[in-house]
Design a protein around this ligand. Structure first.
Ligand code: UTP
Length: 409
């Protein structure tokens, strides 16, 4: 793409201002700016139009039964043997979503590099790898461990894990891929610039994982090696059980297309998405989407009807993912404080929200499966999210839970 065709492209979308400083740039900066513009998917801007509001149109919502801890205990051997066989046959791989910016934690590096230890160094990545190693030992099999990063944190993540020797994991089974970015816009939909030659971009949300995995070639590599199931999970839960044989066994032996680990909510107001049926399709309703009535609805035993919260630990069948990928995921728009340069080329660090970021979310992939098994886990053993510095779901609460689970921190 040359200067003239870039001007043409930008004028189609009302974004000519991206070339405002072109004359001041060096040749290298000019060609970098043009290649950034070339990569932008401008169709994302359509989601700002009121007629394309991403508000999810729900059908008839009803509760979705989970396999409870009691069910799991009763079927223990069956699930365990089925899951372990699949792992030993190399049918399961683990995908870590580590491309987020972790703004709430306020740590300036990749979240996995955060040291959660108190008396010793213990990094979040290390906790996760230790958990996965339990299954490697139990099954006697190395499991492909795939890490999604973003352009912002890829270099530091790769270098960090290499420097720490992958915390004992077999390097040949560790793979990285980088998720795509989306442009940030101001409140009027104009794309923001980070500098005179750089567009303000942010990772395109955790729903971007699958298309980027395919683009990286890793999906085909896994397929060619006979992998059938992907366990996809978040970086921030330090108690996350990965490639859990019982979970894998439960999903396979119930003939489900997918599975989602769930925990009973601690209170109706807890800010987690809940699993439900939406017109007979498995679905996740975000906490802010739940009406007061649904949030507080209780059954005869006094239990919340919509009680199973998701913890971002899913098992997907790879063939079903190929089908899912034929659909477009809805785009979620969130208001954020976005650093940028103004009309005078001055850097602005806004105090208030000044624009929008665009994201797709992995939870929207659930409703594209024919079935998804909610699989209950013991909260105190498997859910210790590190979202905030202090308070709920914080470094403090995660440390307490690590200690309770016998982890030396
Ligand atoms: P969160 O929704 O907690 O987002 O991510 P975040 O960016 O990490 O944190 P905040 O909201 O800025 O504080 C849930 C999971 O999805 C991953 C995160 O790394 C985490 O594992 N994620 C999120 C991505 O991999 N890419 C993204 O673009 C967003």
């Amino acid at each position: 793409m040359n200067y003239e065709s870039t001007v043409k492209l930008l004028s189609r979308f009302g974004q000519e201002h991206l070339l405002r400083y072109y004359d001041e740039l060096t040749d290298t900066e000019r060609s970098e700016l043009i290649s950034q513009i070339k990569e932008i998917d401008f169709s994302i801007l359509d989601s700002l139009k009121p007629e394309n509001s991403h508000e999810h149109q729900r059908g008839a919502v009803s509760p979705l039964e989970a396999v409870t801890i009691d069910n799991i205990t009763a079927k223990g051997d069956e699930y365990l043997n089925c899951g372990l066989s699949a792992i030993r046959e190399g049918k399961v791989a683990a995908v870590l979503l580590a491309g987020g910016q972790g703004t709430r934690l306020g740590f300036d590096k990749a979240k996995g590099m955060f040291n959660i230890g108190v008396n010793r160094e213990l990094y979040i990545f290390e906790c996760l790898i230790n958990n996965l190693m339990d299954v490697v030992k139990q099954s006697g099999t190395w499991i492909h461990f795939i890490i999604m990063t973003s352009r912002i944190n890829n270099k530091e993540t790769v270098e960090f894990l290499d420097k720490h020797n992958y915390f004992g994991y077999n390097k040949e089974y560790v793979h990285f891929f980088i998720q795509d970015m989306a442009p940030c816009v101001d409140l009027k939909g104009k794309i923001l610039m980070e500098s005179k030659s750089k567009i303000a971009m942010s990772p395109n949300g955790n729903g971007g994982w699958f298309s980027s995995l395919v683009d990286s070639g890793i999906f085909d590599m896994l397929k060619s090696q006979g992998v059938e199931w992907l366990n996809v999970f978040a970086v921030d839960n330090v108690l996350q059980r990965i490639a859990d044989p019982m979970f894998v066994g439960a999903v396979i032996s119930t003939g489900s297309d997918a599975g989602s680990k769930v925990v009973p909510k601690v209170a109706p107001e807890e800010k987690v998405g809940v699993m439900c049926l939406d017109d007979d399709k498995p679905s996740i309703i975000e906490y802010f989407e739940l009406s007061d009535k649904m949030r507080n609805l209780r059954d005869d035993k006094g239990e919340l009807v919509y009680k199973y919260g998701v913890i971002l630990n899913y098992l997907f069948n790879m063939d079903c993912l190929v089908e899912i990928n034929k659909n477009k995921l809805p785009i979620h728009i969130s208001e954020k404080k976005i650093p940028h340069i103004d009309e005078n080329g001055e850097c602005i660090k806004p105090e208030k929200t000044n624009g929008y970021k665009f994201e797709t979310l992995i939870l929207d992939m659930i409703q594209m499966n024919k079935s998804c098994l909610p699989y209950e886990v013991i909260r105190s053993k498997e859910f210790a999210p590190v979202k905030n510095d202090t308070g709920a779901d914080s470094v403090d609460t995660a440390r307490e839970l690590l200690i309770k689970n016998g982890v030396n921190i």
